[in-house]
Design a protein around this ligand. Structure first.
Ligand code: UFG
Length: 341
């Protein structure tokens, strides 16, 4: 298939571009580089040995997006592009709703105009909200995210479901990611957050490389085995493989829209991940337990059985793999991707 990957220069998008090419698909990237560097693309081309067409514009521009579908032959879309910082979404809700919903509307218009029926969407475990039973099951109906960012994902899931049901032949997979970490085993691409990392793994990696003084562990008094929060960390290479599996499954899907958890089914605490990272680096790292971060849930992980049964996909990489690959990327690229084009 020829697949349009929106946000293909981003963290999960870039790893998925490589997985698609390895699986024999061809890829077109659209990215406005608002949260990624153009140098990612050169790395992807050198790793894949292929030229990757890139269109640099904001998807919210309906005319440009529709025109893109005229220029490029497109069979399917994987839609990653979007703002994703939970905390920032609280102070900039309008920007989050406008950007994340607007880009999706634009893509849907262009897909309808050009009769492209296959879509895989980047959703998030955040859609389960505060009250879902753990492990999170996809058929939980009362989706209620706790942040504007999370609510954009819930809203988009509803929009896509309505559109899929109203459009003959449309097939949409909603992929609910748990906590993506790790990097490509080459160490050439990985997560490169701009500014201070919000998420645990890139923060620990920056402590290890000397860009941050110490990890602040947000809360040591949760009702968990060691008092720190537990999450379902999933290697980005497993996640990328999950996108390929979902894409290839769309044709055989009996319903127009289906949600799939992409997680391992296992919880790991903040301190367990931190200790595993210390092992990967080979030395102790500085940390301090501080107060809880508002909005954090104590512990959750995926029920990954639907993806296993229907997509034939399971996560295979361990916490040790996640830490080793993150460290290879971070130590080879202390400042992330270089500037330039
Ligand atoms: N943590 C720290 N110190 C840090 C950063 C994180 O202790 O500097 C802790 C958090 O408190 C949490 C755990 O590490 O317990 C994981 O935090 P992340 O920020 O890495 O991940 P979250 O589980 O909070 O966020 C994820 C996704 C979001 C999604 C959110 C919904 O990254 O996209 O789940 O809960 F919206």
């Amino acid at each position: 298939m020829r697949v349009l990957v929106s946000g293909g220069a981003g963290y999960i998008g870039s790893h998925t571009v490589l997985a698609l090419i390895e699986a024999g698909h061809s890829v077109v990237v659209v990215d406005d580089f608002s949260n990624s560097k153009p140098t990612v693309v050169a790395r992807l081309e050198s790793l894949s040995g292929q030229h990757i067409p890139v269109h640099a514009f904001d998807l919210a521009d309906i005319d440009k997006t529709t025109q893109l579908f005229s220029i490029e032959e497109i069979d399917a879309v994987i839609h990653f592009a979007g703002f994703k910082a939970v905390g920032e979404s609280v102070s900039k809700p309008l920007e989050y709703y406008q950007n994340n919903l607007g880009s999706t509307f634009s893509l849907l218009h262009a897909m309808r105009r050009h009769e492209v029926k296959k879509l895989v969407f980047s959703s998030s475990a955040t859609v389960y909200g505060d009250n879902a039973p753990v492990p999170y099951p996809e058929d939980y109906e009362h989706l209620a995210a706790a942040s504007p960012y999370g609510r954009t994902k819930v809203m988009i899931e509803h929009v896509l479901s309505d559109v899929a049901h109203a459009t003959p032949g449309q097939r949409i997979a909603l992929l609910r990611y748990f906590n993506p970490v790790g990097a490509h085993p080459s160490g050439e691409i990985g997560e490169d957050p701009q500014g201070i990392p919000n998420n645990l793994m890139p923060f620990v990696a920056q402590v290890a490389i000397g860009r941050r003084e110490k990890l602040e562990v947000f809360g040591g008094d949760y009702p968990t085995a060691d008092g720190t929060c537990e999450r379902d960390y999933i290697h980005v290479q497993d996640l990328a493989a999950g996108h390929v599996a979902a894409l290839e499954h769309l044709d055989t899907m009996s319903e127009p829209v289906r949600a799939f958890n992409l997680g391992t089914g296992t919880g790991t605490s903040v301190m367990e991940l931190f200790r595993a990272f210390e092992k990967a680096v080979g030395r102790e790292l500085p940390y301090e337990v501080v107060g809880r971060r508002p909005g954090d849930l104590p512990a959750y992980w995926a029920d990954p059985s639907r993806a296993r049964d229907e997509l034939g996909w399971t996560a295979t990489r361990t916490i040790e793999d996640m830490c080793a690959d993150t460290w290879r990327w971070q130590s080879a690229n202390p400042q992330g991707f270089p500037d330039g084009s």
